[in-house]
Write a new protein. Structure first.
Length: 142
């Protein structure tokens, strides 16, 4: 299993569009941006809806359950901070409650070989510091 205990992750810097996402994650809640005009969910957050160009966007809580849409096994690292975790699975998740919004993360708590398209996953939260908590994923029901 990948050893994340020695990894010093880069810290995301919230901007005006992503602040609500990071504030929710700090509370261990997953919230996705949704267009109030057409209902489209999107991630990462933008100033306008990527479907209808609407500007009435709000963050709505979602359960954080979904399936692996795509994955990559990282055998090499360009950033030496991730060396102790190699090999690991970097995944793209299609969330059940937010069709159209895809979220990137790592598959934690499982062998990287367990990453398969269609596998069920659920969000978990990894505290990076007092300000940033990172949504990650584990296999559902584990």
């Amino acid at each position: 299993m990948s050893d994340w205990s020695k990894v010093t992750r880069p810290i995301p810097v919230p901007d005006e569009w992503t602040k609500p996402f990071w504030a929710a994650a700090k509370r261990h809640s997953l919230e996705m941006q949704r267009c109030q005009s057409c209902g489209h969910f999107q991630h990462p957050p933008y100033a306008t809806c990527t479907q209808c160009i609407g500007v009435d966007l709000k963050f709505e809580p979602v359960r954080g359950q979904g399936k692996i849409y795509a994955y990559t096994i990282m055998y090499h690292t360009g950033d030496k901070r991730f060396a102790s975790a190699v090999p690991y699975a970097s995944i793209i998740v299609e969330l059940d409650d937010a069709p159209g919004a895809f979220m990137a993360g790592n598959l934690l708590g499982a062998e990287y070989t367990e990453a398969k398209v269609g596998r069920r996953v659920e969000v978990i939260f990894e505290k990076l510091n007092d300000d940033i908590t990172l949504p990650q994923f584990k296999l559902a029901g584990e």
